[in-house]
Write a protein that binds this ligand. Sequence first.
Ligand SMILES: C[S@@+](CC[C@H](N)C(=O)[O-])C[C@H]1O[C@@H](n2cnc3c(N)ncnc32)[C@H](O)[C@@H]1O
Length: 496
Amino acid sequence: MGSCRVYPVARERLGLSLPNLELTIGGGKLHSYRVYRFSDLLGLDLTPFFLYPSHDMKYGEQQTFEITRVDHQGRGCGLVNDRPACANFVVPGEIIEGKFVGRKKGVKKFEAERWLKTSPQRIKPACQQAGQCGGCAWQHIKYEYQLELKRELINQALQAGKLNREIDAVIPCLQQFYYRNRMDYCVGDRGEVGLKKPGRWNQYVDLKECRLMSPEAEQILNIFKSWLNDNQVEPWNVFKQTGYARYCVIREGKNTGERLITIVTAEGELPAESDLLSQLTPLATTIYHGVNPSVTDLSLAPQLELLQGKPWLTEKIAGCLYQIPPNSFFQTNTLMAEQLLKTIRRHVDTAKTQRLLDLYCGVGFFAIGLAAAVPEVYGVELDETAIIAARANAQLNALNNVQFDSAAAESLIWKDFRPDTVIVDPPRSGLHPQVIATLLDQQPPNLIYVSCKYESFIRDWQQLSAAYELTDLQALDLFPHSPHVELVALAKSRCN
Ligand SMILES: C[S@@+](CC[C@H](N)C(=O)[O-])C[C@H]1O[C@@H](n2cnc3c(N)ncnc32)[C@H](O)[C@@H]1O
C-alpha cells in the first residue's frame, strides 16, 4: 500500500470534535472525509488499521521513554521514535514504560504502567485516588519541585514570547490541601460522583475522598451519592445527552464558615427533595436547585431555585465582606486571594493611584479591597448578577467611593472616567482585542494585569508592550498540585 498518511486538516466544535481527515497514498490526495473521534467517545482508538502511518503505533502498544520536561497541562513529555509523547502522573527524569492510548495535536499519549527509573522528587500522594483523577495532576510531586516546575514553565513561555524577563520564584501557597473554596463535582454516566480523568470530558473518577476543598465537602459528596442511589436518580449521560443529575457544586466561605450547595440537574423536580435537604442542611447555609436544560456540559445553572437559607455565600478577606451569588466568579483560593490583593495593593500604593478602574471586576473583590487606599474606584463586569452583588458589597463595607457598572469590557467608553491605574483580570482567554486597542489608545499611566493563564498574558503583552514597560512581574501559587499559576504584572505607560 506504500506510505499511508493521515492529516487532520480542520476541526469543528459541535460538542464533539469532528476532524476532517485527508487520506494520501504515495503523496497523492485520495479522499477527504469526516470521522468521529472514537478514542474520545469510547476511550478506545478504533481508527481503522490501514489509516495508521507506517511509523505509527496501535492502541495498547508498549513503549519505553524518558520524561524530560512537563507541559502547561502538567503532563510529562518525552520522545518516542523522535516524535513528541506524553504521559500523566510522571516526573521529569523518570523512565517509564507506557501503553499507547491515542494522539492529539501530533502528541502521542501514553498511560504510564511501569517505572524503570523514578525521580527523587516523587512522593506518596495524600489522596488514594491521586494518579487517576484530573483534579490533581501533581500530587505525586514534592511541593517545592512543583513550584520549580511552574517557574520553569513560565520562564520558558516568557522567553518564547520574547518578553525579556524572568521570574525568580513562584510565591508558595500557604496551605497545600483543602485550599479551594469552590468545587464543581460532576455526575458520570455510570453514576460516578467526582471529577473527570485528566484530559477527558467523558470519563469520571468516583471519588472516595478529595483533599482540595474540605472534609465537609467529602461528607456532602457521600450524601449526594447515597441520594442518587437510594432514589435511583438517573445520571446525566454526556454521550446521549439524556438523564437528570449533572453536578453538585459546593462553595465555602473559608473565613465565615458558610457553605453554599447547588444541586445541578436537567429539568424536573428533585426526587425525595425533603430527605436530601434534611441531610444537607447541617452542612450548608444555602442550598439551591439549579437547572441546566441545555446539552452543554456546564455546572452553571441558568435557572436557580433557592431551597434553603439566604441567597448568597458570604466570605471575608482582609477585613472586607463579600456576598457571592451561586453563579458568579470569586477567587477560588481564599488564603492566597488575600496575598494577591496585598500584591496589587502594593502596586496601587506605589503608583499613588487616585482613580482606579477595575475591569472584569466580578463581585468587586479588588475594587472593594482597595477602596480604602484609593479616592475613586470604578468596577466593570459583564455578569449583571455579580454587579448587583458588587454594589451590595460596597454598601456592606460602608464604602461610598466605589461605583460598579455591568458592561462588556470591550464596549466600555472610558471618556468619563480617566483612570490613572487600571486593573485587568480577564478570563483565561485573555483580553478582548478592543480592550487592548483602548488601553493603547488611552494609555492610563499604570496597568496591573492579573492573569490565571500566562500564555494569554504573554500573547496580549506582545501588543501592550508597544505602549507599556513591564516594571514588575510576580507569580503566586493559587493552585497547588496543578500546573496552573497566577501572574501579576505591573506596567508603566511609556508616555508618562
Ligand atoms: C478571572 S475573573 C476576575 C474577577 C475579579 N477580578 C475577582 O478577582 O474576583 C474574570 C471576570 O471577567 C468577567 N467577564 C468575562 N467576560 C467579560 C467581558 N467581556 N467583559 C467584562 N467582564 C467579563 C467574568 O464574569 C469574571 O467575573
